[in-house]
Write a protein that binds this ligand. Structure first.
Ligand code: DOR
Length: 439
């Protein structure tokens, strides 16, 4: 047997976990097992390393087209592979939002200029593009329709029940929601003045903003029968409530909500803790971890949302909301594994199998024959501190600077191409538009 790439003697996650070799040809996995007699163009010794299915970050904002001083598809995917991510799903709230066939086609074509990992593209819902959504969600490379039911960065917003019901009746695939109740957000904004402490952010965008938004969305999902994915669930109340919708709802948690706790995060980071939905207190942090270990969550993402330093340092509430995270997601989650907060197996479920299942990402999420040869190869014994100068996002900062991580991604393989090895990004870039099953 001869392969293009042969990963030898790693601890391989195939459902069961054990020492194995993995043979890849033409970008696919073709054999897993004892391949000691095989030859290959490229053989990599993975002794003492864990070979995980390629990990997916299903929630990034790469600002492309729009703002190269902050991020581009090239820099965003470079950060992804340096951090052990093999696929990202990129949000539509760019300066020119991705809301039409024309902009989507242009964005998909721009991937050919060079991206380092595979990319799924969200299409944004607006009140005027509802008639086109059924067709837009079936275009190549589209991971899902994204609805901002509460306002955040950019102008995308569909906040009223009639429009949300109409868009749920347009199309069939799972729809992704930013769930915060817009009327309540607007009312409560008046209660706080400019220059209030950064921790005011979680009082403005309070628990009821998120919970009310999710209750409204689930009422409409129940009425229409449309499956939904609630992005960045941030409250104990929503996690509890969503358990009643196993037939319709899937959920995402963010690494930030599993790592940072208010009010300490605001005291330590100021504007660099401001994101939507906000970092909340320990009660919600504990509920998020209970969902990770006990069930009730499908995916973990970063919500990588870069902004210039100047915009993060403005007084509240003029502070831009959003935190970088695609490059630090895997190190931080491995550190949580080391601390015993979740098993490596559960991390793989939530960062590979979960996103592949929720979005229908074809060929992703598993190490098995005929799947894409995507791997995140990690050294659980490696200890390393996240340094800001490691971050390749042009905005140049991370809320996790100084965080000491036990466990680190040492190699990233995308469809058989070793694109990162020991901090070196290896070209040429070979990322493509990801493929999705159409319901
Ligand atoms: O904090 C956030 N930032 N939340 C979002 O929903 C959008 C994101 C951004 O694009 O900056």
């Amino acid at each position: 047997m001869h392969f293009d790439l042969l990963l030898k003697q790693g601890t391989v996650f195939t459902g069961a976990i054990g020492i194995a070799d993995v043979g890849c040809r033409d970008g696919r996995i073709v054999a897993v097992g004892d391949l000691r007699t095989a030859t290959a163009d490229q053989t990599i010794d993975c002794t003492h390393l864990h070979v995980l299915p390629g990990l997916i970050d299903p929630h990034v904002h790469f600002r492309d087209p729009g703002d190269p001083a902050v991020e581009t598809l090239e820099t965003g995917t470079r950060g992804a592979v340096l951090g052990g991510i093999t696929s990202v799903f990129d949000m539509p709230n760019t300066r020119e939002p991705v809301v039409s066939r024309d902009i989507l086609d242009r964005k998909r074509a721009s991937l050919e200029a060079g991206v380092w990992c595979d990319v799924g593209l969200y299409v944004g819902a607006t009140k005027t593009n509802i008639p086109e959504l059924a067709q837009l969600e079936r275009q190549p490379g589209v991971c899902a329709i994204k609805v901002f039911a509460g306002s955040s960065t950019g102008d995308l917003l569909v906040e009223d029940d009639a429009s949300i019901e109409a868009l749920m009746r347009a199309g069939t695939r799972r729809v992704c929601f930013h769930s915060e109740d817009e009327p309540r957000l607007q009312q409560r904004r008046q209660l706080f003045s400019v220059g209030a402490p950064y921790a005011t952010h979680m009082e403005w965008r309070d628990v009821e903003c998120a919970f009310l938004g999710t209750r409204r969305i689930m009422t409409l999902a129940r009425r229409t029968g449309r499956p939904v994915h609630i992005l960045h669930v941030s409250t104990a109340e929503e996690l509890d409530f969503l358990r009643d919708f196993p037939d319709l709802a899937t959920t995402e948690l963010l690494v930030n909500h599993l790592t940072q706790i208010a009010p300490d995060a605001y005291d330590a980071l100021g504007g660099y803790a401001v994101m939507n939905p906000p970092i909340r207190d320990r009660r919600h942090y504990d509920a998020a971890w209970a969902a990770v270990t006990g069930g009730g969550v499908d995916c973990i993402g970063s919500d990588h949302a870069p902004h210039p330093r100047e915009a993060k340092e403005r007084p509240w509430p003029l502070t831009a909301a959003g935190l970088t995270g695609v490059q630090t997601l895997v190190p931080i989650m491995l550190d949580h594994v080391h601390a015993g907060r979740l098993s490596l197996d559960r991390m793989v479920q939530l960062m590979a199998e979960g996103p592949a299942r929720v979005y229908g990402a074809v060929g992703k999420g598993r190490i098995a024959e005929d799947y894409d040869a995507d791997f995140t190869i990690v050294d659980l014994a490696r200890t390393r501190t996240i340094e800001e100068d490691w971050i390749v996002s042009p905005c140049g900062w991370t809320p996790f600077a100084g965080h000491r991580c036990h466990g680190w991604p040492v190699m990233t393989v995308v469809r058989g191409h070793v694109v990162m090895r020991e901090d070196e990004v290896l070209g040429p870039p070979s990322g493509q538009a990801a493929r999705f099953a159409l319901a």
